[in-house]
Design a protein around this ligand. Structure first.
Ligand SMILES: NC(=O)c1ccc[n+]([C@@H]2O[C@H](COP(=O)([O-])OP(=O)(O)OC[C@H]3O[C@@H](n4cnc5c(N)ncnc54)[C@H](O)[C@@H]3O)[C@@H](O)[C@H]2O)c1
Length: 320
């Protein structure tokens, strides 16, 4: 895989497609954005412009870079136009095998045989998505985190037939556009980050369901506790610091007994408690009621608050 990536196709124009398009464009790479319907094109155009405007407003992007980015983007409802002549295709269509299979077959009719295809799938298997493909070795998982233009993590996942050269090229490309890719050694459902997130969330649901605390308390405990620390260090390095001179090894040994006691008491279920979505919704509404107005009250304001915090953190991590 030696082809230089000069042009990209971004398939799908939802939350993830528009974030990816923003990311590619802010890094100066000409991008064609494809979606099925004319009305979605206007929506994604607005979303990309809004993302770029926000970065300019916050002082993280020069106005000229934004203007150049807007000259480099092409929006289309024609898949052939989108994938012809590009070296990298980022697929962010709905999470369904049938749909992804149909689109991959169509893409392969028009794309260059050595164009890399990365799928944003959160939970489907790369091996399975690649099944009907003529060149399955070119399909790789490139799983972003929402919002993709701000969160650096990309989980790179190899299907059974993905070639090592494609994994390497995808890795180098994501690094080039400012991401922090992690390559999985094995294909597992949910990859790394979503599994970790779900492990925490299962315990959160369990604590609320058992009446230990409220939905709002869970969010407070995470944001003002481990969440703050995790924004600086991963769980292993955080424990390493917690162990003083003996580091993580000392900490793990010292806490072994109490850790195992806690683990025996923690949630292991795999069926969500009945009625949880309603409980979560009510809890979140109450949490928003109690939220100070300066941290945002509407979904739009809260998203802006999140992105403002993310930008400051990214600056400290030297990732923007
Ligand atoms: N939302 C997240 O937090 C998130 C995070 C990481 C990865 N992902 C993954 O990214 C992918 C897209 O997720 P999303 O949240 O952006 O979805 P979404 O529903 O917001 O967007 C999907 C887009 O595809 C378009 N579309 C629907 N059917 C189509 C078709 N037949 N042909 C062409 N376009 C079609 C829709 O108009 C929409 O623009 C999924 O695979 C998902 O698992 C999502």
């Amino acid at each position: 895989m030696t082809n230089e990536i000069k042009k990209i196709a971004c398939l799908g124009a939802g939350v993830i497609g528009s974030g990816w398009a923003t990311n590619f464009l802010m890094k100066g790479i000409p991008t064609k954005v494809y979606t099925r319907r004319q009305e979605s094109l206007q929506r994604v155009k607005n979303a990309v412009e809004k993302n770029l405007d926000f970065l300019v407003k916050k002082g993280f992007l020069h106005e000229e870079v934004k203007n150049r980015a807007l000259e480099m983007v092409e929006y289309t409802t024609d898949l052939k136009t989108a994938v012809t002549g590009v070296q990298f295709i980022q697929e962010s269509l709905p999470e369904e095998y049938d749909l992804k299979h149909a689109v991959m077959a169509e893409v392969e009719k028009y794309a260059e045989p050595d164009a890399i295809i990365a799928t944003s799938t959160s939970g489907l298997l790369i091996t399975e998505i690649a099944k009907p493909m003529r060149y399955p070795e070119r399909l790789v998982g490139g799983h972003p985190y929402n919002p993709p233009h701000l969160i650096p993590l990309v989980e790179i996942v190899k299907g059974e037939k993905t070639s090592d050269a494609v994994v390497q090229a995808a890795y180098e490309f994501y690094v080039r556009i400012g991401k922090e890719p992690v390559v999985l050694n094995k294909e597992v459902s949910g990859f790394i980050a979503n599994r970790l997130q779900l492990a925490l969330y299962r315990e959160a649901v369990d604590l609320v369901t058992k009446g230990v605390c409220s939905v709002e308390d869970i969010d407070k405990a995470v944001v003002y506790g481990p969440g703050l620390r995790y924004a600086a260090l991963g769980p292993n390095l955080a424990f390493h610091l917690g162990g003083g001179e003996k580091g993580i090894k000392g900490l793990m040994s010292a806490l072994k007994e109490s850790t195992e006691m806690r683990l025996r008491d923690m949630a292991t279920w795999s069926k969500e408690p009945e009625g949880w979505p309603d409980v979560a919704y009510e809890g979140v509404l109450r949490e928003i009621e109690n939220r100070p107005p300066e941290l945002g009250k509407t979904v739009g304001e809260i998203a802006e608050f999140r992105d403002t915090v993310l930008l400051e953190l990214l600056k400290l991590h030297r990732k923007i």
